[in-house]
Every structure is written in C-alpha cells, then in structure tokens.
Design a protein around this ligand. Structure first.
Ligand code: ADP
Length: 398
C-alpha cells in the first residue's frame, strides 16, 4: 500500500509518498507561497530528476493537483497513476481533548477538527484546507488525521491543569495540551528498541529540539508531562519563542511600550527565544559560530537553552521518580554535539555520563552515553511522517 503524507500550513504543503510494504520513501516535496504565487519542489527518490520551479498555486487544491501530477508524471513520477495511492495521512496540529489517537476522517471528525480552531487558529484551518483539497482532487480515497496533541492526552490532571479558576478549563478548555506528540511517540518507541526493553518498563525523557522545542516525560510508553502548554509558545526558550515567562510581563510591556497585547504576543512568538537574546539568529549553527567569535549574547542564549533543557529533565526525572533513558531529536538534538554536551554537564547527579567521542556523531541513531552511564542517552532522528503513514495504514486496513 502506498500512502501520501501531508503536512499543510497556511501557505505551504509538505508531502511524502511512502511504500508501506517496505516503509520506504518514494518521493517528497514542498509547495510554497500557496495563495501568493506558488512554487513546487518535488524530489523523487528513484533517480528521476528533481522538479524545482514556480507553479501557479492559487489555493491548496491546485497544490495537491500539482503534487499528484508530478507523482504520476513520466519525467518526475514514482507511480503510474493516482489509483496506486491507497490513503492519505494528514498531520493535524490540534485535536483538543477529543482525540487521544489518530482517526479515519469523516464529516463528524471534520466538525471536531473545526471545533478546535479557537485553540490553534493558525494551524487547524490550514489542516482542514489540506484535507478538503485532497477530497476535491482524490475523491473517496480514505484520509486519516494524526494529531500533534494526541500522544499527550494521557497526562494526568496534575500535569495538564493550570492553577487558574476552574471554569476557564471547563468553559474555555484552557489547559496544557502539549505538541510534537508524533515525534515524542516515535523516538520513545525507537529508544525502547535500542535499549532492548519493553517500553512499558521504561521511564524516558524525550527532548525534541528544533526551531520549536519541547520535552516530554514518558512513563511506560505514556506521556505524563510535557513542556509546551496551551500553545507551543510555552516551556523552553526556542528559536524565536520565549518559552515560560511571568505572565505579568505581558501587561507591563503593553503599558510601557504602547503596543497592544497582539503585538507583544507576536514578539514573544517571533522575535524572542535565542534570536531575541542573541540579536544574532534563531539558528543554533549561527549562534555557535558567533559565540566562538566572542559574541557574549550568543553564548548567553546557548547557555540559557541548555540550562532550561537540563532543568526540565531534572523536573521530569522527579515527576517519574526516576529516568532510564534520555533522547535527543530534531534539528538541534540530532546535530548539535556542543548543545548536547552542555546539557549533559548539568546531569551528572542523575547518573548521566556523556561519551565525548560518541557525542560527535550526527543525524544517526546512536547511544552517546558511556557504557557505565546509569541513564542511557540516545540521539534518534525523528520521523513523524513514518508514524503518520503507519497510523494511516493501520486505520485504513481495518
Ligand atoms: P523545525 O522545528 O522547524 O522542524 P528542525 O527540527 O529542522 O526545525 O530544526 C531546525 C534547527 O536545527 C535549525 O534552526 C538549527 O538551529 C538546528 N540545526 C540544524 N543542523 C544543525 C547543526 N549541524 N548544528 C547545530 N544546529 C543545527
């Protein structure tokens, strides 16, 4: 069975086509500037040429049509016809409290995803658009929704509740949801395989560190706490997001800058984090370079990040009354040896010993702790698309 995986943003659409017989990637690509002008980069994995050109993409429907055209074309294609695509799996950002696992999409599910729009006003509408565009172009091909929030629905109340008037939870659904669930789920399952133990017997801490970063405490395979909150701004300082902050800062900044809540919130999302502190970049490669050249603010931003990650790991070790394995994943986690080593320095008390030689490896599954480290530390490249494709296969074969 071949499965198309779609990750739809407001003006972009990422896709992968996977052959699920062998779990191999057949093609991947990205539509950008949808609704503006349009660009498509299509990368077949069978040796055929890459397509990387401007294409008119007035809406997501044209984008899906362009993707299918490339997937089936003589010059760039990987399948003979659209009929070979058995199902479509969509990444959907917010499933609220309704979805604790992936689901086959029907009218009822679409309505429930729409109900979650107030919780993710930038993301869920784009995800709905992607699903509708597939339906318009592909007809009755089964579609599955895989939610970023679903994995965290196992968190207990003590972890997901905010200490605010209870009615804000019951009436307005204000609580911690957590994100990156598909990634945390994938890497924790891989970690159990690498450690040769059933996941039910393991306490794991997964550190997804990319542009957006979150940490998840996984006890016996279930998320019991996570650092992102009601929205993905919470928790660690990130590329451009501030992470946890005293809420009074918002009112203070509005009063003293004359800017409104929306403007300041936008700054906390897009101009903060390591970018805001360093004034250099949101990219950890640029920060490492600048810090090496003597830029103190870049060095401070990197220190703040490693410190926040280490503190959260400490907190989650307490939350689970122990930890057997720590996982680093996503752009920074998979590649940035210096940041991993910097985090490791705080964790000796916990029984974490990073092996400096092993830690130099990049972008491959590996242990980076010493043989006698009490807590195993692993680098595991994440693969959210594979999880989406697997869920889609399982639900559509039923
Ligand atoms: P996203 O959250 O957008 O999916 P990624 O997981 O791709 O992001 O992570 C992107 C980040 O990974 C970049 O901003 C960069 O800081 C970091 N990164 C990528 N490669 C390296 C590297 N070799 N060394 C350090 N950081 C890296």
């Amino acid at each position: 069975m071949k499965i198309l995986v779609i990750n739809c943003g407001s003006s972009s659409l990422k896709y992968q086509l996977l052959d699920m017989q062998t779990e191999t990637l057949l093609a991947k690509g990205l539509c950008e500037r949808i609704g503006i002008d349009g660009h498509l980069k299509h990368q077949p994995q069978n040796g055929k040429s890459v397509f990387d050109e401007d294409v008119a993409l007035p809406t997501h429907t044209e984008a899906i049509a362009a993707v299918l055209d490339k997937l089936t074309s003589e010059q760039y294609g990987v399948v003979a016809s659209m009929d070979e695509i058995g199902a479509v799996g969509h990444r959907v950002v917010h499933g609220g409290e309704k979805f604790a696992s992936s689901v086959l999409i029907n009218d009822e599910v679409m309505a429930a995803i729409a109900e979650c729009i107030p919780l993710a006003p930038l993301h869920n509408p784009a995800n709905i658009t992607g699903i509708e565009a597939c339906k318009a172009v592909m007809g009755d091909v089964p579609q599955v929704a895989v939610f970023d929030t679903a994995f965290h629905q196992t968190m207990p109340g003590k972890a997901y509740m905010y200490a605010i008037p209870y009615e804000y939870y019951t009436d307005l659904k204000v609580r911690r949801y957590g994100f990156h669930g598909t990634s945390h789920r994938y890497v924790s399952a891989r970690a159990a395989e690498m450690m040769g133990k059933p996941i039910e017997e393991l306490k794991l801490i997964s550190c997804h560190m990319g542009n957006g970063s979150s940490i998840c405490a996984i006890d016996g395979g279930k998320s019991v706490d996570t650092s992102m909150g009601f929205t993905p701004i919470a928790g660690l300082p990130m590329g451009t997001r501030c992470g946890d902050i005293d809420v009074s800062v918002l009112e203070y900044l509005c009063a003293n800058t004359g800017k409104d809540v929306k403007t300041i919130t936008n700054e906390l999302n897009k101009k903060s984090g390591v970018l805001g502190v360093s004034g250099v970049s949101s990219d950890f490669r640029d920060l490492t370079k600048a810090a090496g050249e003597g830029n103190d603010r870049a060095a401070l931003a990197l220190d703040m990040f490693a410190y926040a990650v280490a503190k959260t790991i400490g907190a989650y070790a307490a939350a689970m009354n122990g930890v057997d394995g720590i996982i680093f994943t996503a752009g920074v986690g998979e590649n940035d040896a210096a940041t991993r080593a910097g985090i490791g320095k705080y964790l000796g008390w916990l029984g974490v010993q990073i092996c400096p030689g092993c830690n130099q490896k990049r972008g491959e599954e590996t242990f980076i702790s010493t043989a006698d480290s009490k807590v195993k530390v692993m680098v595991i490249p994440t693969n959210e698309e594979l999880v989406i494709a697997r869920d889609t296969k399982a639900l559509t074969e039923k």
